[in-house]
Design a protein. Sequence first.
Length: 107
Amino acid sequence: MSKQRKQPNNGPNIQKEKEIVNEMIGLYCRKKHHRDVLCKECQDLKDYAFLRLSLCRFGEEKSACSNCKVHCYKPTYRQKMKAVMRRTGPWMLLYHPIYSVKHMFNK
Ligand SMILES: [Zn+2]
């Protein structure tokens, strides 16, 4: 039984990335869609991003998604995520300078 392979990742790095994704999409939806609660589209994107993180083949060893050679996102979600990052990137730099710096070095 190779049950272990199917365990979703939930180590500290993955959890941290989920927090960041959650904040980015929340910020994006507030700014772009003027919602306090995630709209359906953004909720869908968040669920998808969380799932991809949980199933990331690199687990705790993962680098920045933007830097990853494995394009695990479907093209439509990838486009949406890019838009989110473009829009919220400068804000995230203000809120999470350490995280951003870490990702810059990963590039
Ligand atoms: Zn939205």
